[in-house]
Ligand binder design. Structure first.
Ligand code: HEM
Length: 360
């Protein structure tokens, strides 16, 4: 199947060359999609398979897990400690890496994704980043991120057991230093990457309440996480808070200590505040940092840009504007950025918001 698609694409590429007498870069794949590089045609069958069969066509638990997996695979890279970055080692060497405490809970995503990797005969490193980019296309409000193909099979597990993947109980300096070491991410890049926690929840921080979301809209890639984490925390969603958990402002919502501190640290609070209600700014900063993360451990020149295979996400619904959850007021915002006041939002009407768990 793979070879059939590739050869058909080359035929159509050749046709374009002969028709115009000069080399053309674009190719038409079987099915009619046009791509900048014929090798990218191989990813359309993968796309058509995973949208319904891996993700159920929704921005739900499997889409969230795919995004988290892309981070945990990629960030396993350090110029001094080793690791291959976004190389699929979290799957290829899953018997080692899934034992690292920070990778707790990723076994589900590894088990779910592995048969697709085999069926489509692609590398785990490529598949993990492809699946994450596609998962975002299911989350209304997400930016279109890129996808590069060509990551070879991982040679070794990322070094462990501790240190390369940030933990929610790490302090801000530790997290920023790790992210700078892994890929030169600036504090603003780190904040932008945390927009991912807009489509996220925790299964293992407090394992008695799996699927507890980090904001009130875990199926939308919006800026609510930047607003809601800035509210004064008053309650835990479960009876026995986990390590790296602090009080959240909204019933049913979990707040990670790392998100809480990054929203309030002098190095990051103004970047955090800048994304609250700023959908376009958040989208472009996230896409830029995500694209950098997705190729950690590789040089872009060794990969082929197949971004044209990734669909665009739907926009946010018209009624999904930035807001305070019902029951909150602007006074509950804990101002942290010293340069300017937090933007003003109105509260949704009705009784205080309680966020349901993400269906598992
Ligand atoms: C930089 C510091 C970060 C820390 C400390 C952190 C920590 C965590 C923790 C503790 C969870 C809950 C896991 C569980 O209990 O199931 C989580 C979930 C998640 N994280 Fe992060 N994270 C960070 C950055 C990122 C980045 C950069 C991304 C992606 C670009 C990401 C994407 C996600 C997603 C999508 C989930 C939800 C997974 C699911 O619902 O299955 N995180 N994160």
């Amino acid at each position: 199947m793979y070879m059939k698609h590739i050869s058909a694409a080359f035929i159509s590429l050749a046709t374009i060359r002969s028709a115009y007498g000069v080399p053309q870069r674009r190719a038409t794949c079987p099915g009619g999609h046009t791509v900048a590089n014929a090798a990218c045609c191989a990813w359309f069958p993968v796309l058509e398979d995973i949208l319904p069969n891996l993700f159920d066509n929704e921005c739900g638990d499997d889409a969230h897990a795919a995004l988290r997996l892309s981070f945990h695979d990629a960030i396993g890279f350090s110029p001094s400690k080793g690791g291959g970055g976004a190389d699929g080692s979290i799957i290829t060497f899953s018997s080692t890496e899934l034992n690292y405490p920070a990778n707790n809970g990723l076994d589900d995503a590894v088990v779910t994704q592995s048969p697709f990797i085999k069926a489509h005969n692609v590398t785990a490193g490529d598949f993990i980043q492809f699946a994450a980019a596609v998962s975002l296309s299911l989350c209304p409000g997400a930016p279109k991120v890129g996808f590069m193909m060509g990551r070879p099979v991982a040679k070794a597990a990322a070094p462990g057991p501790d240190g390369l993947v940030p933990e929610p109980f790490d302090n801000v300096n530790v997290i920023l230093a790790r992210m700078a070491d892994a890929g030169g991410f600036t504090p603003t890049d780190v904040v932008a990457l945390l927009a991912s926690h807009s489509v996220a929840g925790a299964d293992n921080v407090d394992p008695t309440i799996p699927g507890t979301p980090f904001d009130s809209t875990p199926a939308l890639f919006d800026t609510q996480v930047f607003i809601e984490v800035q509210l004064r925390g008053t309650k835990f969603p479960g009876s026995d808070p986990g390590q790296g958990e602090v009080m959240s402002a909204v019933a049913g919502e979990m707040r990670l200590q790392s998100d809480h501190l990054i929203a309030r640290d002098t190095a990051t609070s103004c970047a955090w505040q800048s994304f609250a209600g700023n959908q376009a700014g958040m989208q472009s900063a996230f896409a830029k940092a995500f694209n950098k993360m997705a190729i950690l451990g590789h040089s872009a020149s060794s990969l082929i840009d197949c971004s044209d295979v990734i669909p665009a996400a739907p926009p946010l619904p018209a009624n999904a504007g930035p807001h305070l959850p019902a029951g909150q007021t602007q006074k509950n915002i804990e101002q942290a950025c010293a340069n300017s006041p937090f933007p003003t939002f109105t509260a949704q009407p009705g009784p205080a918001t309680t966020v349901p768990a993400i269906p598992q």
